[in-house]
Design a protein around this ligand. Structure first.
Ligand code: SF4
Length: 282
């Protein structure tokens, strides 16, 4: 199983279909840097070599660059899932908090694969899932270009849902132009997280619709291996996620409800580390 650690509960957006459990946690909840690092050192020595840093948005964490530097020093292959907004500018999260601009150079040098979402070819389609009144498509492309200037490995992530399925070829055209990207992952929308569950009626598509898009897009890209499709079956039980409170749980299609999360331990408890690593190695 793959290890995903939430390092922030905050985010630049409030997606209607947010699939992250982090948005359900108590406001301001965040794992201490030392706890994350101690657990990661242990896991690395037991053979876990890859980690995905996510949230919320990891770039909203104040010490994110320092944290990434220390995780890299342990030896990890790091993936980072971010909207990327602060790569371009300071971002006001609310009246009290501003996230300072993050160095694209630092992120590019410390992270092995940076996942940037593009869910629509127009601001209107994009905003169906991730409401915003900004020029979001242009911004996402600018973020990719900026990261590319520093040689970052970029993966575009697209959540395929009811409201962008008709737009997928237009999104594909954008992705094709970003010819430097290393991967394009297309995920079938899944009703994970509080908002994903609440709004599943707006976004859910069926397996056949997903497979049809897969066939068409693979043909459009002449079976380019960089294009990867992840349906809910493929993701079922594929990840161990650690939330901002330290709880580790397995992503599972039968655990869509919060109260049914299969908690396997907490990284704040050293006695739980062997159990969590056992899951990761299974
Ligand atoms: S889906 Fe991702 S980008 Fe959207 S609110 Fe949730 S954590 Fe933030």
């Amino acid at each position: 199983m793959h290890l995903n650690i939430f390092v922030s509960q905050k985010c630049f957006l409030y997606c209607k279909g947010c699939y992250s459990y982090s948005r359900e946690e108590k406001c301001g909840q965040e794992l201490e840097t030392d706890i994350i690092l101690e657990f990661l050192k242990y896991a690395y020595n037991k053979g876990i070599k890859k980690v995905t840093i996510c949230g919320g948005d990891p770039l909203t964490r104040k010490d994110i660059v320092k944290l990434l530097r220390k995780i890299k020093k342990i030896g990890y292959y790091i993936s980072l899932d971010t909207l990327g907004t602060s790569i371009l500018k300071n971002v006001k999260l609310d009246l009290k908090q501003t996230i300072k601009k993050t160095s694209a150079k630092d992120i590019a040098s410390l992270v092995d694969m940076i996942g940037i979402p593009i869910d629509g070819s127009t601001d209107d389609v994009f905003s169906k899932f991730r409401p915003t009144n900004k020029e979001i498509v242009k911004e996402q492309i600018d973020i990719c270009n900026k990261l590319n200037e520093y040689g970052a490995n970029i993966c575009i992530n697209t959540v395929l849902h009811k409201d962008n399925i008709e737009d997928i070829f237009e999104i594909a055209k954008i992705v094709k132009k970003l010819n430097y990207i290393k991967k394009w992952q297309i995920f079938e929308f899944e009703p994970f997280g509080k908002f994903g569950r609440l709004n599943r009626h707006l976004f859910e598509i069926n397996e056949n619709e997903f497979l049809k898009v897969k066939e068409q897009i693979e043909a459009y890209f002449c079976n380019d291996k960089r294009i990867q499709f992840k349906n809910s079956k493929k993701r079922d039980g594929a990840y161990v996620l650690v939330d901002n409170s330290g709880y580790a749980y397995v992503s599972s299609n039968c655990n869509l409800l919060q109260e049914n999360r299969q908690i396997i331990g907490n990284i704040k408890e050293q006695k739980d580390w062997p159990i969590i690593v056992r899951y990761l190695k299974s």
